[in-house]
Design a protein around this ligand. Structure first.
Ligand SMILES: NC(=O)c1ccc[n+]([C@@H]2O[C@H](COP(=O)([O-])OP(=O)(O)OC[C@H]3O[C@@H](n4cnc5c(N)ncnc54)[C@H](O)[C@@H]3O)[C@@H](O)[C@H]2O)c1
Length: 381
């Protein structure tokens, strides 16, 4: 059945409304937009919307995540999509440089890859653009003086924080647990490591799914917040001894290691939500195991000395983006983020952001406009 690109596009209601407006207002007339963002159905909806605004869009994907069907769909619908799915950094670098060789007027960047390469061979007519991620913001912030153009950072919008990191990650983590294990959440003792935006959402969604949720958090103030939100906040050893499911959502390395194995109950399920597959030290834990068997698609069962078993989901990679049929975060949460993208690029194209707006959060008036549009659409299903 494929990726259901048409279904995704028709579910992006904010982008559809912006696309209708762009058909008339054409904010990107005579401009070229270069993009380097994951190429999958939801980003296809974004890039086609930008094209409706008059832009010539030249795009490539990110390392490891490009989907061939997305490339084909874009190329068949007037957006030039460069490259192919690749895990080779050299090949990916070549594709990014191909995008820049077309000298786009605006850049839609993800992780700072395009702006950093533009700085190697800058051309004058670049107006500015957007950056999707926190990691890109950290990479580009020290380069502000050299970039000297507006770059608006989408992830720093409060809307991204609560719509995607909290609500959507919480929901997709529960969905992934159910899909991969086919086990229930009811009455399960679930321990979440980390009570940031993601951890808060994961805790809330498992509680709403009738699990008994506890939180382990290293920051005392955030730990207090979890307690006041109604979650027990045991220390790590105590939490691990009683958990049926353990979830890491910290962004930190080595949250669960082989040293924690003695505490784990027989049959515990381990999964990670954080960006890097380093929160659970899989190589260290596997080195202690006496057996390793695939139990189902996305589940590895490790046998420990003494007979206990540990079930690891998706090899410790982000559970909502790895494993069988990974869907990622909900279309609505991505639609919100991409509406911010479209509006920010429009503001840069129209000269409403200047050189001092280099690597800054989404302007509050854009947050307000996108929030109001979503509320308005919700009232008229
Ligand atoms: N899977 C997804 O779709 C998705 C989406 C967005 C973000 N992420 C990733 O999820 C991770 C968390 O993001 P966030 O926005 O919640 O970050 P955050 O910084 O808001 O929160 C992380 C929390 O973890 C706590 N923490 C750090 N080390 C810990 C430890 N060893 N034990 C217990 N608590 C610890 C911190 O004190 C903090 O409160 C990041 O890696 C982020 O990139 C994943």
């Amino acid at each position: 059945m494929g990726l259901g690109i048409d279904w995704i596009i028709s579910s992006c209601r904010l982008l559809a409304a912006i696309g209708e407006e762009f058909d008339q207002t054409r904010p990107f007339e005579d401009l070229r937009i270069g993009t380097g963002i994951h190429l999958e159905p939801k980003t296809v909806a974004l890039l086609l919307t930008l094209a409706r605004g008059g832009a010539e869009v030249v795009s490539t994907g990110n390392l490891n995540t490009t989907q061939q069907e997305a490339l084909d769909h874009l190329n068949a619908n007037g957006v030039r999509a460069i490259g192919s799915p690749t895990s080779d950094p050299g090949e990916h670098d070549h594709y990014l440089r191909e995008v820049l060789a077309t000298e786009p007027d605006l850049l839609l960047d993800n992780g700072g890859d395009l702006f950093v390469r533009w700085l190697e061979a800058p051309y004058e007519q670049l107006i500015g653009g957007t950056e999707e991620t926190t990691s890109g913001r950290m990479r580009l912030a020290p380069l502000r003086e050299q970039i000297a153009r507006p770059v608006l950072v989408i992830n720093d919008s409060p809307i991204k924080q609560f719509a995607e990191n909290r609500h959507a990650v919480g929901q997709s983590t529960v969905e992934s647990y159910l899909r991969i294990t086919n086990r229930s959440t009811n009455g399960k003792r679930v321990t979440i490591f980390g009570y940031g935006a993601c951890g808060r959402g994961v805790a809330a969604h498992f509680r709403n799914a009738f699990a008994e949720v506890s939180v382990v958090e290293v920051d005392p103030v955030t730990r207090l917040e979890a307690l006041l939100d109604g979650f027990p906040v045991p220390d790590k050893a105590d939490a691990l001894q009683h958990a049926d499911v353990v979830i890491t959502a910290t962004g930190a390395r080595g949250v669960l290691t082989a040293a924690d194995l003695p505490q784990l109950a027989d049959g515990v399920v381990l999964m990670n939500v954080g960006h890097f597959p380093l929160e659970i030290d899989v190589p260290g834990i596997e080195a202690e195991a006496v057996s390793k068997e695939p139990a189902a698609d996305g589940i590895t069962t490790l046998g420990l000395a003494g007979g206990r078993r540990v079930h690891l989901l998706t090899g410790g990679h982000m559970v909502n983006l790895a494993g069988p049929r990974p869907l990622g975060n909900s279309v609505e949460s991505m639609d919100l983020g991409f509406a911010l993208q479209a509006r920010c690029l429009e503001a840069v194209a129209r000269g409403q952001a200047g050189p001092t707006d280099c690597v800054v959060p989404v302007p509050p008036e854009i947050d307000a406009a996108v929030a109001s549009a979503y509320v308005e659409l919700s009232a008229h299903p």
